[in-house]
Ligand binder design. Structure first.
Ligand SMILES: [Fe+2]
Ligand SMILES: [Fe+2]
Length: 190
């Protein structure tokens, strides 16, 4: 993985890695005869992850901007964060263990793209651990009003980093997996 393709540095993936992308424009995906349940499910899971990440960020914003008090905040924040991070971690585990090896087996040209997606998962996992740490710090600070703002700022920054990495990864992964399923058929990877 070159640094230029690292998740935090890149702005999309180049055509030589997403080599099927131009043949399957995003706006036409759902109309393709090979667009079936797995394509639909994949995009749906990604939409849920985007929504869950946004929900956590909005709870943090509500707390920082005094729309949630220190007593109500954890009741909203803890379950939302657990749901988001659990879903994210489970999704990446199944991709790494089950789906990505099947995509790699479709064509040797898939190798570079799936190396990239796997290294994205490591980067996201590291950001996830940092986010869990700062969430713990924030929760521990709630009984100490003078530290609330700083711990909340720190956690908001880590959560925003995680979200930015995730949004980039989800879009790039879709550029690889959906055209591959349209080209080869979902059954080859399902
Ligand atoms: Fe992924
Ligand atoms: Fe994914």
């Amino acid at each position: 993985m070159t640094d230029a393709h690292a998740l935090a540095a890149r702005d999309g993936i180049p055509d030589d890695i997403a080599y099927l992308r131009s043949a399957y424009p995003k706006g036409d995906w759902a109309k393709h005869v090979n667009f079936g349940e797995l394509c639909n499910f994949w995009l749906h899971v990604h939409q849920s992850l985007r929504a869950e990440g946004a929900a956590v960020e909005s709870i943090i914003a509500d707390f920082r901007e005094d729309r949630l008090d220190a007593r109500t905040f954890p009741q909203r924040f803890v379950p939302a964060l657990n749901q988001f991070l659990g879903h994210l971690d489970g999704h990446h585990r199944i991709e790494d263990a089950v789906y990505f090896p099947k995509f790699r087996a479709l064509d040797p040209r898939m190798q570079r793209g799936f190396d990239l997606l796997e290294s994205d998962h490591h980067a996201i996992h590291a950001a996830l651990e940092t986010t869990v740490g700062s969430a713990r710090g924030l929760l521990a600070s709630l009984n100490q009003p003078q530290r609330d703002a700083r711990a909340a700022d720190e956690h908001a920054a880590h959560a925003a980093t995680l979200t930015a990495l995730l949004l980039r990864h989800l879009a790039d992964e879709e550029d690889l997996v959906i055209p591959a399923m349209l080209e080869h058929g979902e059954r080859r990877v399902g």
